[in-house]
Design a protein. Structure first.
Length: 164
């Protein structure tokens, strides 16, 4: 047994959570396949790089997928937490949750706008851009009737606009 493999005691705990179907997996290969799954996630390697000592990589991958779909990993985690709680070894104050939000384009979310909606949105965006550009150009002309930050026009507020 290498340092990466589970001890016999740990395996006895894990084995309870692994389903055994009518046509397999064969119990003698089960431990090797589980160790192969653990090896893959511990190293971050690709499935095709799983060492042959754990069985064929495709078999290990398929077993992992089957266990995932059957909820084995969730049950194993809950069982591990329950066992640790029995021993008084769980300190949930050390648990932290981190979240990252990534916004995606509406196409990535499966949005399918009705016919003409995209054209209307593009037209509205063009009009808004033209309005904001026109407002910026008007501010740069030095028009004495342009509102000042105080809300009064330049001529009415007594501000010398240089036109005199």
């Amino acid at each position: 047994m290498t340092r990466a493999q589970r001890t016999d005691g740990a395996w006895e705990f894990v084995e309870r959570y692994l389903p055994i179907g009518a046509y397999g997996p064969y119990p003698e290969r089960l431990r090797q396949q589980f160790e192969g799954v653990i090896w893959r996630f511990r190293t971050g390697g690709q499935w095709r790089e799983v060492p042959a000592e754990f069985g064929a990589w495709s078999t290990v991958h398929n077993r992992c997928r089957q266990w995932r779909d059957a909820g084995v990993f969730e049950a194993l985690l809950e069982g591990t937490l329950a066992e640790a709680a029995k021993r008084g070894e769980v300190d949930l104050s050390l648990v932290g949750v981190d979240s990252t939000t990534a916004r995606a384009h509406h196409d990535a979310a499966g949005m399918q706008p009705g016919e003409g909606v995209l054209d209307a949105l593009e037209q509205a965006a063009k009009e808004e851009k033209a309005r904001s550009k026109g407002a910026r150009d008007k501010d740069k002309t030095g028009d004495p009737e342009t509102p000042t930050p105080s809300g009064k026009s330049g001529a009415a507020s007594g501000v010398d606009t240089g036109s005199g």
